[in-house]
Design a binder for this molecule. Structure first.
Ligand code: COA
Length: 397
């Protein structure tokens, strides 16, 4: 193994293929099945994008209507899972709740467990339809409110906002969330999608695959970033404080959340649409969050150019997610759950794609431990006490 090249983080390593989406990081281009994200963000609904990802083409009117009927029919959660949420501590981390309920759905939604994919497209619809219901239900339950049942005549975006408040959202709020869901729906082999595909490759069921994806999404180098972007915006408080804040952050060795990307070496193409949404939402309510975000991006660009020349760190999708979702009234600790609502479309499409041409994903590692050695019986091992061992621990029965 002496000369083995280790690709830490698999940067630049091609581990599989997909027809679902393509990230061209140097050009700043993202396409879903060949359609440019700019066209989709401006013209397509989230439901159209779900159809595109799951079934291979943009739907005609009848196909879209059929998918809408199925999504709407499957939004309700099993009563037992609502009950579980009602007995969960109110301070539970929202992503923990979403991950647990998605995993629990395996016991309630009919599906085949042997990895054959007859029932998986149906289960995918359940997962896409039910994830926003889980997020909205937990949002209310943690605030000591009764969950609100989904309204079948509303779109995914409008229905989610309705389930949080009981009020039909404004057109601009619905549009902003719909655009957000479109933009987040897929992104090639990102960490959570790869986790879903690894799990699918073992022929685990689709709920186990989605649970793996949710677990991988949570970290702040992936889907956990936007909540932290919002924390920066709240800490900054006023646009003219952004520059000093970035200097302090970098001096402490911390990162500007929502900036930088493994693939994009230019501004993330999704950022411009979310910036527009954050600005429009701000104009109809409170422009402060957008204005601080804008000034933070300007400050970070200026400082990165001066202090990290050549690193090419620019706003990613999470950056303007923060003021967009916050302006919609969604609390920062639920932002990752919102990411999951959009990405569930991509995850399920990737799981189906993986199962359609499956091979167990099992890479190798360069072993860097001790060489082969003889087993030592316990009575012959060193009798030194571990540091910090206490009498109580030693004497514990
Ligand atoms: N703030 C400050 N410095 C950053 C940075 C950020 N947001 N993103 C990257 N860098 C710097 C690193 O400090 C490093 O500098 P160094 O070489 O002087 O140590 C260099 O850029 C490369 O960083 P690295 O972490 O190796 O790059 P990566 O390809 O793994 O980075 C991310 C991708 C997303 C992990 C990284 O940009 C990041 O941590 N961003 C903030 C979290 C975030 O927004 N996550 C959501 C991603 S969609």
């Amino acid at each position: 193994m002496e000369h083995t090249v280790v690709d830490r983080g698999l940067e630049g390593v091609v581990v599989g293929s997909t027809v679902l989406s393509n990230v061209e990081g140097l050009e700043g281009r993202l396409t879903y099945r060949g359609y440019d994200i700019h066209d989709l963000a401006q013209n397509a609904s989230f439901e159209e994008v779900c159809y595109l990802l799951l079934f291979g083409q943009l739907p005609n009117t009848f196909q879209l209507e059929d998918l809408n009927v199925r999504l709407k029919a499957n939004r309700m959660l099993p009563h037992a899972l609502i009950k579980w949420m009602q007995t969960t501590p109110k301070d539970a981390w929202p992503m923990d709740v979403v991950r647990t309920i998605v995993s629990g759905l395996a016991e309630f939604v009919p599906h085949l467990e042997d990895g054959s994919h007859e029932s998986n497209p149906r289960a995918a619809i359940h997962l896409i339809a039910k994830t926003p219901t889980i997020v909205a239900a937990w949002d209310r339950i943690r605030r000591d409110l009764e969950p609100i049942e989904p309204l079948p005549d509303l779109s995914t975006a409008a229905n989610f906002l309705y389930m949080r408040t009981g009020e039909t959202p404004t057109k601009i709020a619905e549009k902003a969330l719909d655009v957000y869901l479109v933009l987040l729906a897929d992104h090639s082999y990102n960490a959570s999608t790869f986790a879903a595909r690894v799990t699918a490759s073992t022929r685990a069921d689709i709920f186990a695959c989605a649970t793996s994806a949710l677990a991988a999404l949570e970290g702040d180098l992936h889907g956990g970033a936007p909540g932290k972007v919002m924390k920066m915006i709240l800490d900054i408080g006023k646009p003219d404080r952004a520059e000093a804040y970035v200097h302090q952050l970098l001096a402490r060795g911390e990162r500007v959340m929502g900036m930088g990307h493994r693939e994009y070496k230019v501004r993330d193409p999704r950022a411009q649409h979310l910036e527009k949404m954050a600005k429009e939402l701000g104009a109809s309510s409170d422009p402060k969050w957008y204005e601080i975000a804008r000034s933070l991006e300007d400050a970070a660009n200026k400082i990165f150019q001066a202090e990290k020349p050549g690193k090419r760190i620019y706003a990613n999708v999470e950056f303007y997610t923060a003021p967009t979702l916050y302006s919609l009234g969604i609390p920062a600790d639920e932002f990752t759950c919102m990411f999951a609502c959009g990405r569930m479309a991509g995850w399920t499409a990737h799981i189906l794609e993986q199962l359609g041409d499956n091979r167990l994903i099992r890479p190798q590692a360069a072993y860097t431990g001790p060489p082969v050695q003889a087993y030592v019986p316990i009575e012959s091992r060193s009798s030194a006490k571990p540091n910090g061992a206490t009498k109580k621990a030693e004497g514990a029965a």
